[in-house]
Design a protein. Sequence first.
Length: 331
Amino acid sequence: MADGGEGTVDALVAAASGELVTVTVEGPLGTPVEAAFGLIEAGRTAVVELASASGLTLVPKDLRDPRVTSTFGFGQLLDAVRRKGVTRIIAGIGGSATNDGGAGMAQALGFRLLDASGHDLPRGGAALARLERVLPPGTDEWTEVAVEVAVDVTNPLTGPQGATYVYGPQKGASSEQVLAELDAALSRFAGVIARDLHRQVAELPGAGAAGGVGAGLVAFLGASLRRGAPLVVEAAGLDAALDGAAAVFTGEGRVDAQTAFGKGPAEVVERARRRGLPAVLLAGSLGAGWETLGCPVYPLADDTQPLEYREAHAAELLELAAERALRELEA
């Protein structure tokens, strides 16, 4: 199980007995990286993660600069997926290294982003300040593909709560000047999209996800933005799997107040509750507010045990926690 973040491809491939496919694409700085996607439902649905092609972990800390990092490789990944003949794509877009609104992705898919002289823009978020025109590809190869995006943030594309100001600093936007430059570039980007593609993305909730890739997927591919946990839980077939179940077990590395707000375990607990089934959560550790989940939570260990011990004995601790939970369910 997953909620659209890291591990979503692996989770859905495992849950649906799917196929994992690896392709070579350009990373955020243009160097080759290996990115994987999953095929499920007899190859009709694909699952992708932006982070595998354009993720922050692919860029060394001293080279992180959202003015130049690009989602071009994510576009290449999507194109490889489309060529498999899928009719649906589930996209997780967390963990990006970019702030280009999905412009690089669009360029990889055949869109032309032109400046006032008719030249193609270079890659990166800063270049969008010179965007004058967007030209779609000559043929629309995406009309038969439904793209659903797992998004658990409501940030708009621009402004104080937008992609740049909220997430830019962790991607290397280190000064107020750079933040202002990138935010203004995304504003221009949204304006040109509205004029040339007739899609309004500037204030769309979730458009600011992944440095604006939420906006780009809507603008260029007509994607729909959905809450990540329900989208993945449904694709994994959890509801059908609950038929005949006596109880439901789920888990998370650290359970805290955030768990109850849109994360995968909370969605699993809610689906069990709807069926009248007891749900249990096994937790690697507990943080403030863990009680808000509303189901029994069994930590694998307490904080008095050193982290090194808990990591070394994780399997054993997991078994013991599950045994405690089962005994209480049977009581």
